[in-house]
Design a protein. Structure first.
Length: 489
């Protein structure tokens, strides 16, 4: 575990500085992996003004909450900020020990046994580990206030010899977020105390650069049950361009996903040229999940249930490949929700069915274009592809084709190529094909279908395609969106 500390230097009177047109905040290359950060704020006692220290600290937290994308959460319990820390051998620098992974605050006469130093008001102790996006990730932050100083809680101009606890807490919380000192513009993160007692534009911009980066890279809209073919290469965006800082210069494509209801989704990134990485975030790039090297391959796969809302999916690679062939090249990205079609009351499944991606469609021009409406005289062909779960590739299995007509009738395609009526009982569901499953299965469902000749003019069709492995015959894996088309009268 990497460790570091933040020290507030002696604060003195500072002249006002005009705010330039550009922000000048500094960061440490470290951040929390999420925007929600809990502090145990139950430090005892109250200020001479009558406000408890705990309440004053929570007010400082609220300023960051109100003006940035950060969400500090207060737990009113007390936890010793020096728990599992002790005096270092030198009595200076970072205390000995590893901490307790709990963020907490209190007054102390020493920094967990170490010396504060002359006129130092408070010290923020932060532990971090290796992280993503070119940042280290904080895992613990404790703030120790020097109780040998004189404290109160008040607004506006400084009072001689009396330190305002709330504005010092505001400053220390900036360090806890990953912000450094900034002396060239007006900021609460200035290295010397001023009459400022509120966050300034530069402070807010600094926090947002870490926890609410703007969409600085092009967004590609993505929806469930889609297969995308793309590549990572120049002139694609890079991760440090996306965040505006950090050391990660790997290529990234940024996909935007909007969900109207809670949905279970499987994201699958495959490439023979890339060391694939998938990162799922919320709309403000707060990380929700990350995956690579799925099932021993160089592919990446995520399986998550997401609430309604907007998300970002980052198709990424490593700046330096870790074990796979490269960091530039083509890839495919699929997203599927894997719901089963309505088969009838007697149709049941057991086990946990994985989502699969089904591609294809209905065409009257040899596959050059897919359509959803045809003339009664058109010669219609329907083809489909199934992206089989990597865990099932090579296993014995069966492919199924279920067709539901607009009049409610249902049919399954049999191994002989015929369409047999289907009652909805899974025991009667016949396979269209049996054998070892390939990574990408393809099916020709129908050729030269003419509505006029078959008496199907005016009919609509929903074609579901799926598969099951022989060891779990009741768990049938379907894509949720069928191939839909209709034939005009």
């Amino acid at each position: 575990m990497k460790r570091q500390f933040r020290r507030v230097l002696p604060w003195a009177v500072a002249a006002a500085v005009a705010l330039p047109s550009a922000f000048a905040f500094t960061t440490f290359g470290k951040r929390w992996p999420t925007t929600s950060i809990t502090f145990y704020t139950g430090m005892p006692g109250k200020s001479p003004a009558g406000l408890t220290w705990s309440s004053a600290f929570q007010q400082a937290m609220q300023q960051w909450n109100d003006k940035t994308n950060v969400k500090f959460v207060a737990n009113d319990s007390f936890v010793d900020p020096c728990a599992q820390y002790s005096r270092s051998q030198s009595g200076t620098d970072f205390p000995a020990g590893t901490g307790n992974l709990i963020n907490s605050i209190d007054f102390r006469s020493t920094v967990c046994g170490n010396d504060f130093g002359n006129s130092v008001l408070a010290i923020t102790l932060s532990n971090s580990v290796a992280g993503n996006f070119g940042f280290a990730n904080f895992v613990e932050t404790d703030i120790v206030f020097n109780d040998r100083q004189t404290w109160d809680v008040y607004d506006s101009a400084r009072k001689f010899g009396i330190n305002d606890f709330r504005r010092v807490a505001l400053h220390e919380l900036g360090h806890a977020l990953g912000l450094g000192h900034e002396s060239s513009v007006e900021a609460i993160m200035a290295p010397r105390i001023t009459d400022l007692d509120q966050l300034q534009a530069d402070d807010i911009a600094g926090a947002d650069s870490l926890y609410a980066p703007q969409d600085l890279c092009p967004l590609i809209d993505l929806a469930p049950n889609r297969l995308v073919r793309n590549k990572l290469d120049l002139p694609d965006c890079r991760v440090n361009q996306l965040f505006g800082s950090g050391s990660d210069n790997s290529f990234v494509d940024v996909y935007r996903l909007k969900l109207t209801a809670t949905t279970r989704l499987v994201f699958d990134m495959r490439s023979s040229e890339l060391d694939s990485v998938l990162v799922l975030t919320d709309a403000k790039y707060s990380q929700l999940d990350i995956a690579d090297d799925y099932a021993g391959t160089c592919n990446a796969r995520l399986d998550r249930t997401l609430a309604a809302g907007e998300y970002r999916l980052l198709a990424n690679t490593y700046a330096v490949p870790r074990k796979c062939v490269g960091n530039k090249g083509s890839y495919t990205l699929s997203i599927s929700d894997g719901k089963l079609p309505t088969l009838g009351d007697s149709a049941t499944t057991s086990g946990s069915a994985a989502a699969v991606l089904v591609t294809g469609g209905a065409t009257a021009d040899g596959g050059r274009t897919y359509k959803t409406a045809f003339a009664a005289t058109d010669s219609i062909a329907v083809d489909a592809g199934i992206a089989v779960d990597p865990e099932h590739v090579g296993l014995a299995g069966k492919l199924f084709v279920l067709v539901q007509l607009g009049d409610g009738s249902r049919f399954v395609k049999t191994a002989t190529g015929d369409f047999a009526p289907f009652s909805g009982n899974l025991a009667q569901l016949q396979p269209a094909r049996s054998g070892p499953l390939a990574a990408q299965e393809s099916l020709s469902i129908v050729k030269d279908l003419r509505g006029a000749g078959a008496g199907l003019a005016g009919q609509s069709f929903a074609v579901y395609v799926g598969y099951a492995i022989d060891s779990q015959p009741q768990s049938i894996h379907y894509g949720s969106e069928p191939i839909r088309f209709s034939i005009n009268r």
